[in-house]
Design a protein around this ligand. Structure first.
Ligand SMILES: Nc1ncnc2c1ncn2[C@@H]1O[C@H](COP(=O)(O)OP(=O)(O)O)[C@@H](O)[C@H]1O
Ligand SMILES: [Mg+2]
Length: 247
């Protein structure tokens, strides 16, 4: 599995170069096109044209999509940065603060709050690859957002708590979403297996990859003496992770 991940990493890094140049052109090019268009047609000339047939409006929509795409590319490219691929000291207090601000726009749009509960004291430091932590927590967050999306309420949160217990940092990652699907209630651990997914579209077609938690678990198991366990599956969903603290 990890060998596969490594080769995926190689492929992605070589694409990253191409993608970076595309990213820098994304937003300027629609602005450029708008300005060119204005030389020939004034916005006023089109005021009787239906909104959906108005090229200025179309360009605006394209630009909004491009901005989203750019954010997504920024985010994926930043996870490929070299310094994130070295084992280093990682303070969970600092890490989760960054994590929260990276995701702030996306969660805001979904009316979800991220709550952090822990300190930045030096005791919260482990030795880790930052990319590994990104893979773990981005996957958990993405699953939580998916569960919260299906909940009809304004009270939606994801809470991350961390504290030292013996020679470990214990992390409790929880959401108050719809909880585990019926099909997994009997044997919750199955969700860690590859291709296990309950994610379906409105017509009931399976749309999940079922790889998220499999990757999370593989990474945790590679990290010496770390562990992951399901704590609660009824009222929302809660996972507990343990990472050995730095010697
Ligand atoms: N926060 C959560 N709340 C409820 N169920 C969850 C949560 N996270 C994971 N699950 C369950 O575990 C399954 C597997 O998750 P994952 O491996 O990330 O695959 P995918 O997200 O593609 O479905 C999900 O389809 C869902 O049934
Ligand atoms: Mg997932």
């Amino acid at each position: 599995m990890l060998r596969n991940l490594a080769s995926v990493g190689l492929i992605i890094s070589s694409f990253a170069h191409e993608v970076k140049s595309l990213r820098s052109r994304l937003v300027p090019r629609t602005t450029f096109l708008q300005n060119e268009l204005k030389k020939y047609i004034s916005k006023n000339d089109l005021k009787n044209v239906k909104k959906d047939d108005n090229p200025f409006y179309m360009l605006q929509l394209i630009q909004e999509e491009d901005v989203k795409l750019k954010h997504w590319l920024d985010y994926s490219l930043s996870s490929l940065k070299r310094d994130k691929r070295k084992r280093a000291n990682l303070n969970f207090g600092d890490y989760f603060e960054r994590f929260k601000s990276t995701w702030s726009k996306a969660v805001e749009q979904r009316n979800v709050k991220i709550r952090l509960n822990g300190t930045k004291d030096a005791i919260n430091i482990i030795r880790a690859f930052e990319v590994d932590m990104d893979s773990i927590f981005n996957n958990l967050l993405s699953n939580s957002l998916n569960s919260l999306k299906q909940k009809q309420s304004n009270d939606k949160f994801i809470k991350i708590s961390w504290k030292k217990i013996d020679s470990f940092i214990e992390i409790i990652f929880t959401d108050n979403g719809i909880g585990l699907a019926k099909e997994y209630q009997k044997l919750p651990e199955e969700i860690f297996n590859s291709f296990e997914t309950s994610k379906r579209d409105r017509k009931g077609n399976i749309i999940g990859t079922g790889l998220g938690l499999y990757i999370v678990k593989s990474i945790v198991e590679e990290h010496n003496s770390a562990s992951i366990a399901i704590v609660n599956t009824i009222k929302g969903f809660t996972l507990k992770l343990m990472f050995p603290i730095r010697n």
